[in-house]
Design a protein around this ligand. Sequence first.
Ligand code: F58
Length: 794
Amino acid sequence: MQQIDTKQMRSEILRHLKYSLGKDEQHATVYDWRMSLSLALRDLIVDPWFASTRRTYEAGAKRVYYLSMEFLIGRLIEDVMVNLRLDVVARDAVASLGQDYDIVVYDEPDAALGNGGLGRLAACFLDSLSTLGIPAYGYGIRYEHGLFEQAFEDGRQIEAAENWLAQKHAWEFERPEVTYTIGFGGDVQTSGGKSKWRPAETVNASAYDTPVVGWQGKWANTLRLWAAKPTRLFDLESFNRGNYLAAAEPEALARTISRVLYPDDTTDTGKELRLKQEYFFTAASIQDLLRRFASEGHEIDALPNHVAIQLNDTHPAVAGPELIRLLADEHGMAIDRAIGVARQCLAYTNHTLLPEALERWDEDLFARILPRHHGIIELIEEAHRKESGSTVRIIDEGSVKMGELAFIMAHKVNGVSALHSELVKENLFTELHESYPDRITNQTNGITPRRWLYSCNPSLRGLINEKIGTDWPDDLEKLAQLEAHIDDSDFADRFRAAKAYNKQRVAEWIKQRDGTVIDPSALFDVQIKRVHEYKRQLMNLLETVALWNEIRNNPNENWTPRLKIFGGKAAPGYVIAKEIIRLINDVAKTVNADTTTNPFLQVIYPENYNVTMAELLIPAADLSEQISTAGKEASGTGNMKFALNGALTIGTLDGANVEIRERVGAENFYLFGLTADEVVARRERKDFSREAIASSPRLARVLRQIESGAFSPDEPSRYVALVRRLQEHDYFLVTCDFDDYFRTQREIDRDYRDSEGWTRKAILNTARMGWFSSDRTISGYARDIWNVNGLRDG
Ligand code: F58
């Protein structure tokens, strides 16, 4: 790796300031400095990037293509600096130029091209693919507007368009020459046994490449994002007639396709546009990888030896029919063979069991937008029926089921935690699993330790480096060596001091945001994630109110001070989730204003949770809330980030919580609640929620308060419907798990007061979380699914 010192870095920054930004030092703004620093860093990735491409070509190596509608990458400056091991050099260089490093780094927009876990997982995977030196491309959409910005008005979530591309994106290279035409609609002509699709509408997909550099700059892959552009510019004739709006219409329509990230993670709204987005980026990616494959001169049958396509959920599932279409209609391959070749290339990751999140397209819509693909899906179904005797349909009762399509077209299907993969076999693809018992595998999710420990937690990183050396970031199981120091009280003190430092940082940040003063020594109890009923922010809130009641009843008891931190957005159309957000804000207002309870309990909910906020809050957390209804959270990855940074988990036996608990030890994990099987059984019981409420005076009181407007005095009936829902059909079993949750929280209060005992548990969490590195996850995909090797070191 090219190493440069502070002086060289400084002069590179100044060179870019002058020649790329056209500014001198006197007139440079924070933006100019940030861009200059980023461009100086980007220069250093280019050589390893070229070298990686050359090595891949020379080795004739198989490439992985990770197709994902979402890449939630966040800010990149620190990521790149850390991976290039230039964090100290860059910091010094920026300081030597009289600039505040934090201000410069925080100027970068947080690239939010994703909704939550699924998108962030894709970003962690890119980091690990590069770290392991696996030749790979990430393919996605270059949304002009990422996930909406959230603000609170009277406690209510308000959404505003995000605008990360208002400024130039420092890391990307525009590739105008890499453009493909993508069709929609039209009809299919068949003659002499050959079919040809004649689309009615076309748009161009234009590539933008961002190099993704791995640990120590040894390897770099490409994130290639597609932007939609018109195939015809504007209509000059209309323009000349003065009809400016009509003239601009075709262009505006084309660009709509990559305009906004779909912000709904429950239901399908804007259906047609969403389907077009999916086909748009999938078709461009498949054309692109076939062009690369052809340029290497292989026989088309050899495609599976050179190409592994991973479908991140069903959003790119049309890759199957698209690949078959190109193989059959363009390359003349027989359909059955094309199906076989495509299947050997494709694999599919499932991220959810929630029925409302499983994609289904109205058949008429699908056939209208993608008539040839509709026909191909019928052929796939027929081939599948013949091959397996299975009666499972892809097109069923007027809808196209993308999960079934992805399953049937993939040689491997994986879940994202051990429990989830079993539930995928048992409940989601029961019949298909019977027909293809070897197809479903498990690959438990992971997180990149570079971003989620090394970079976001400098105080803990320093201590770890001192104790076990510096080669853990790409070999995270080395953290186990920390256990040898478990009885060293000096080490424990410093571990605690690192946490205290991170909490102090948060306290200052909160103060700066809105003037709120919090107690940095309180137990930081954090729940940050998308707001969803199954994630049960509501249960956390009910417990908050119950605790508030108890403190008011006995203000002189020895309470453990707690700071409840919530963070997260709700899909704009998800009414119930938005109601929960409002209730959190209403409760926070009342509770924070109570001077009796204030020393022991505060609730904060900072607006606009994003990757940057996670990087600040996770290292400061004492307690991680992973309290989903068992069987509903496919894996969770936040749970891993917290435990790695020494927070203890309060959690149900759900998703990867199960594996985290196994690894960190049951005594270092606060388990509560019904299991997945018990959840199913409990729902069968008539009136289960009324029964649970009746047996818990504590819960009944909380519900009465909320229902009667104790937290919404300006509109007492605001939460009547919410409480009614809990009483009548509490699908996510908040009421059933409440008492056990409350009890466990009080156990946590007691344990936290034993500071040494708590720190011991925290250290053991950090030391035992090494397995959850996304390097381990990616090695699993490479071995079990893609059949590829890393080229980094050999
Ligand atoms: C998440 N899914 C799972 N979907 O909920 C979580 O348990 C898991 O750890 C994570 O994937 C990674 O495997 C998720 O984030 C979405 O955001 C989709 C966005 C597009 C619409 C459908 C949901």
